[in-house]
Design a protein around this ligand. Structure first.
Ligand SMILES: [Ca+2]
Ligand SMILES: [Ca+2]
Ligand SMILES: [Ca+2]
Length: 222
């Protein structure tokens, strides 16, 4: 009888063990936080904080800028219609054992122009949606684009997002309020870029009526 009780106890124990499941939706423990910074959080104070663009992003900005309206650095935008871009140099040792999340935070404000609503942000590898590029995230600064004209978000060289009859506009209205735009990037896709495709730079491109104070790329990992 003792032996039967023992077997029953073992079976009971096995049965209890078998019921343990891993909840795929349970939050992973990700206590490690790594922050990459672009620019300085100095409330748009001039002089401009320098950018550190990848060669690919530099070439893309040159191809995309309107004539006589070169790209700007952090804190700069005396007039509207200047594009902005900067790159984060990513260390493979921080990514290739798995990351939980990747959040891009951009502190920015509109330049006071009339077509801020069509400004978009593109994150990935320049030249983005043309040959050799990658788009990880693309969307409007304000989330919806201009009223009645959402249209596709343009990120292709040769398709600047300004209206053809308003190529250059001085700041005539007060700058828009400062916002912190938070963008959740897909951590698996970012890992793939860095670890499998050996990409070293994450490029950020912002059109073209925005003033950028600073950016942070916040990575969490186990
Ligand atoms: Ca500054
Ligand atoms: Ca615009
Ligand atoms: Ca700044």
């Amino acid at each position: 009888m003792k032996r039967i009780l023992l077997i029953l106890a073992v079976l009971s124990s096995l049965s209890a063990t078998a019921q343990i499941r891993v909840d795929p939706n349970a939050p992973r423990r990700c206590p490690t936080v790594i922050v990459y910074e672009g620019g300085i959080a100095d409330n748009f104070l001039l002089p401009a904080d320098p950018t550190h663009r990848s060669l690919a992003l530099d070439a893309f900005l040159t191809a995309t800028a309107l004539p006589s309206l070169p790209p700007v650095g952090y804190d700069e935008n005396g007039e509207c219609d200047h594009h902005f871009g900067d790159s984060f140099r990513l260390d493979s040792c921080n990514f290739c054992c798995g990351i939980c999340s990747a959040t891009l935070e951009i502190t920015m404000r509109g330049c006071g122009g009339s077509i801020e609503c069509n400004d978009s942000i593109t994150v990935g590898v320049a030249p983005f949606n043309t040959a050799g590029g990658v788009v990880l995230w693309n969307g409007y600064v304000n989330g919806t684009g201009c009223p009645n004209d959402p249209g596709p978000v343009p990120v292709t060289p040769g398709r600047p997002d300004v209206a053809t009859n308003a190529a250059k506009r001085p700041n005539t209205t007060p700058a828009s309020p400062t916002i912190v735009k938070k963008i959740e990037l897909d951590p698996r896709k970012l890992e793939e870029l860095v670890c499998d495709r050996k990409v070293r730079y994450l490029d950020v491109y912002i059109q073209d009526d925005q003033v950028i104070d600073s950016m942070r790329l916040v990575i969490t990992k186990p």
